[in-house]
Design a protein around this ligand. Structure first.
Ligand code: 26Q
Length: 834
């Protein structure tokens, strides 16, 4: 099958010819044909990468038959499509997941074996598209998997970054950032559609005029335009025919780039224009917080949002749906405020291009859009200065002013004589340099606002969006995050999946809540033995990878204590580090101390400009160097910083964890999703009452969770009362000693300066209460060690964690979004009849 034969979404096609074509041949034959016809190689000289490409194309062909059927069904039937707008989609390697979802892993393994290739080798060489920073981007990917699996018509809309999140290397203990070149050898999953493109305007100014009907019209005369071209990736559901699309926009110069009439000066200007246009989708910003004044970032956001909304309008036109039915055809979810310019852009498209009245346009906009908030941290709330906004997006800014004018009128009507409230709620922050508050824009322009865990959704209503929750209580929801059990259990822990099948049947594969049946077997000795054997196998596999990546030898019999996530002060990797130092010092003082051997494993990237996060990585590596080489310690503890934590490495890490570190300052982590990946795989959690930890503990049972630390309310009270971190160091010998060791250069080869800023910060400010929680954390870690020594007890707790993890499937989360927010329904795709 030739890829340009596949119709664009919204068009119709007869898939039966291609379906027969693909299915008529054996799979092995398909692979060889793709090797020759697409890779232009023949078997004798093909490299492993050639075989990978040939296999991937053959798998893609199977998906495209289902994609055509899905697209045709959506175009023909009265369906509502969920559009997930996100600046990030951290989808991970695709081959294994697509084989799993198509239920053809064994077939592919067999075919490749017959061709002299190992499927595992081919899986191993796949580059992962790192089109995201962390939790938020990975959540979007899990949701696409669940949407397709639940047979909900859906499109993911985002940006096709040429360079995704950097690869991390560790040099001399420091993080080094290496450019991510994921597209260098081609992306077999992508289908570029030059025919699906939209123009996006930037800069210039606006003019008002009255049209022939006497209506006031605004014309935006932009300084430049950029073209967005659709690059599609198929998103196959698990054992269903539904195949949805992830549509990522790549920026290009507009065609009017003209070689005809130029003198030399104009030629170079024209080339420069082309370069600037193509820069838009060049690189993912590697920060998981906004940075002030980054013009290109705002341009990226507007670029992908405008392309996506124009695309939805195009699909609606193709279907012949009238404009006022737009909210019945599409639900658009805004993944944080990054796409929140959609509020102004949809208004602009409806008013300026489609000539709707303000009120009609506003009704459509609000009924279409919904907003998910992922943070309460004030520094992480997106705001854009007016001068920048004005110069880049003059027309959308005008619309924001008008939205604000009308909105503040409503506020004054509902809350008379409360100008303080008006100031707090305004879409424009006038406290310092004037800025657009994107969270306010998203809230005002949406019919639904949700947080990502129960605690977070409550705090959202009490803090950053308090005034809005008072004014529009009916808009506020909670949808606790979830993760896909396909990738994070079936694919990455196949042995455990098989054991679950044997123990409780395979119903859990379609409905993760059925894992609950495992609880009845929690004391079954045979299950305990099988459970531990599998976990030991997973730990041995991770140990081999650790040896390979770092040269450190770890013993799979040790307790694997793992913290993997972005490096952030609020996530408190340094609290973990301080505990490790104190344990090390204890072991030195008392060589006969009878403790459980532990292997502490860290992983995670630091934003390149976040000095403190980079210093924390250096500290962990400094501790590792000392501890791992101290013969007095032997194998009783090891410390590892596993470089380049990403989705692919996660596949090896989550199934090998005994203990999951979820130790953020209460009230700061919106949800967390790594916590769920660990739990599903049978790790126990040591954690604070933060984000989804609260619900994890509720589900697992308090007896199967290691809780420590201040609550969100206590954190606030402690701060109100004037928190003095140095007092905690004074009052705790172990803590003072650990800090002293750092100060003396023990973990920096004698350099007493290296960690000075970190120590100063902890002792003088400690904004995330590391020192206040230290003692309780140590006490809790001691309880962990006690429990670990009772193998039966630990295994039971591990089984109970998996058994009670059903709630944390992204299928449950997507079902809630579908029912309460989008009003979408499952649509069965019939392959035979398409
Ligand atoms: C914004 C503007 C400019 C540049 C970058 C950004 C930006 C990029 C990424 C801001 C935030 C992010 C990512 C945030 C994130 O990953 N948040 C996490 O979302 C998860 C899914 O809901 C939660 O589980 C985590 O608790 C939350 O931290």
């Amino acid at each position: 099958m030739i890829m340009s034969d596949v119709p664009a979404s919204g068009a119709t096609a007869n898939a039966s010819a291609t379906t027969t074509d693909v299915q008529g041949d054996t799979f092995q034959h398909d692979v060889v044909r793709n090797l020759i016809c697409r890779q232009a190689r023949y078997p004798d000289i093909a490299t492993t990468h050639d075989w990978y490409m040939a296999l991937a194309y053959s798998v893609r062909d199977r998906m495209l038959a289902r994609w055509a059927a899905s697209t045709k069904t959506y175009a023909a039937k009265d369906v509502k499509v969920a559009c997930y707008l996100s600046a990030e989609f951290l989808i991970g390697p695709q081959l294994g997941n697509n084989l799993l979802n198509l239920d053809m892993t064994s077939e592919a393994r067999e075919a490749m074996r017959a061709l002299g290739q190992s499927l595992d080798d081919l899986l191993a060489i796949e580059e992962e598209p790192g089109l995201g920073n962390g939790g938020l981007g990975r959540l979007a990917a899990c949701y696409l998997d669940s949407l397709a699996t639940l047979e909900i018509p859906a499109i993911g809309y985002g940006i096709r970054y040429e360079f995704g999140i950097f690869d991390q290397e560790i040099r001399d203990g420091w993080q080094a950032e290496i450019t991510d070149k994921w597209l260098q050898k081609g992306n077999p999953w992508e289908i570029v559609r030059p025919d699906v493109s939209h123009y996006v305007s930037f800069g210039g100014n606006t003019q008002s005029e009255t049209d022939a009907q006497g209506r006031l019209r605004v014309r935006w005369i932009p300084a430049r335009q950029v073209k967005g071209v659709a690059c599609d990736m198929p998103m196959q559901g698990y054992r269903v025919n539904t195949c949805n699309v992830l549509r990522l926009w790549k920026s290009e110069a507009v065609e009017s780039f003209d070689f005809q009439d130029f003198n030399a000066g104009e030629y170079y200007e024209a080339v420069e224009e082309k370069v600037v246009s193509e820069t838009l989708s060049k690189v993912l910003y590697p920060n998981d917080e906004p940075e002030a004044g980054k013009r290109l970032r705002l341009a990226q956001q507007y670029f992908f949002v405008s392309c996506s909304l124009q695309d939805m309008l195009r699909l609606m036109d193709a279907k012949g749906t009238p404009l006022d039915k737009f909210p019945d055809l599409f639900a658009a979810q805004l993944n944080d405020t990054h796409p929140s310019i959609a509020v102004a852009e949809l208004m602009r498209l409806l008013i300026d291009d489609r000539l709707l009245s303000w009120d009609a346009a506003w009704d459509i906009t609000q009924r279409t859009l919904a907003y998910t908030n992922h943070t309460l941290l004030p520094e992480a709330l997106e705001k854009w200065g007016l001068p920048l906004f004005q110069s880049l997006l003059p027309r959308p800014l005008e619309i924001i002013y008008e939205i604000n004018r009308r909105f503040l009128q409503d506020v004054r009507r509902q809350f008379p004589d409360d100008e303080a409230r008006v100031k707090r709620m305004s879409l424009i922050d006038e406290t310092g340099e004037r800025k657009v508050r994107m969270a306010h824009l998203a809230t005002v322009g949406s019919h639904s606002v949700n947080g990502v865990a129960a605690l977070h959704s409550e705090l959202l209503k009490q803090t950053v969006l308090h005034d809005f929750a008072e004014m529009f209580p009916e808009r506020f929801f909670n949808v606790t995050n979830g993760v896909t059990p396909r990738r994070f259990l079936m694919l990455s822990n196949p042995e455990l999946a098989r054991l679950l099948d044997q123990t409780i049947g395979n119903g859990w594969r379609r409905d993760l809540a059925q894992l609950d049946a495992l609880a009845a077997h929690a004391d079954d000795t045979a299950l305990h033995d099988a459970w531990r054997t599998i976990r030991r196998g997973n730990k041995t596999a991770l140990a081999a990878r650790i040896q390979n990546a770092t040269g450190i030898d770890v013993d799979p019999a040790a307790l694997f204590d793992i913290q993997v996530k972005r490096i952030h002060e609020y996530k408190r990797q340094h609290l973990n580090a301080l505990y490790i130092i104190s344990l090390y010092r204890r072991l030195l003082r008392d060589p006969n101390l009878d403790t459980a051997p532990r292997c502490f494993i860290f992983g995670g990237k630091a934003a390149p400009g976040y000095a403190m996060a980079k210093l924390i990585i250096r500290l962990i590596n400094g501790i590792a160097e000392v501890v791992n080489n101290d013969t007095k310690i032997g194998n009783r503890m090891k410390v590892v910083f596993y470089p380049d934590f990403n989705v692919k490495n996660g596949h090896w890490i989550y199934p090998a964890a005994d203990l999951s570190e979820q130790i953020s300052t209460a009230g700061k982590e919106a949800s967390g999703t790594g916590n769920m990946k660990f739990m599903i795989n049978g790790a126990l959690t040591i954690g604070t009452l933060d984000g989804a930890n609260v619900e994890i503990r509720e589900e697992a049972g308090a007896e199967n969770f290691f809780l420590f630390g201040l609550t969100a309310q206590q954190v606030e009270e402690r701060k109100q009362a004037g928190y003095r971190p140095a007092e905690y160091a004074q009052g705790n010998d172990d803590l003072r000693d650990a800090l002293d060791q750092i100060a003396q250069g023990r973990f920096s080869r004698g350099d007493k300066q290296m960690f000075q800023s970190l120590l100063d910060n902890l002792l003088k400010h400690d904004p995330f209460l590391v020192l206040a929680d230290f003692a309780d954390y140590v006490a809790c870690q001691d309880r962990v060690s006690e429990a670990w020594r009772d193998t039966r007890l630990w295994t039971r707790m591990s089984i109970m964690n998996t058994a009670r993890s059903g709630k944390f499937s992204s299928d449950r989360a997507i079902a809630e979004y579908g029912e309460h927010i989008w009003k979408t329904r499952a649509t069965r795709i019939d392959l035979a009849r398409s």
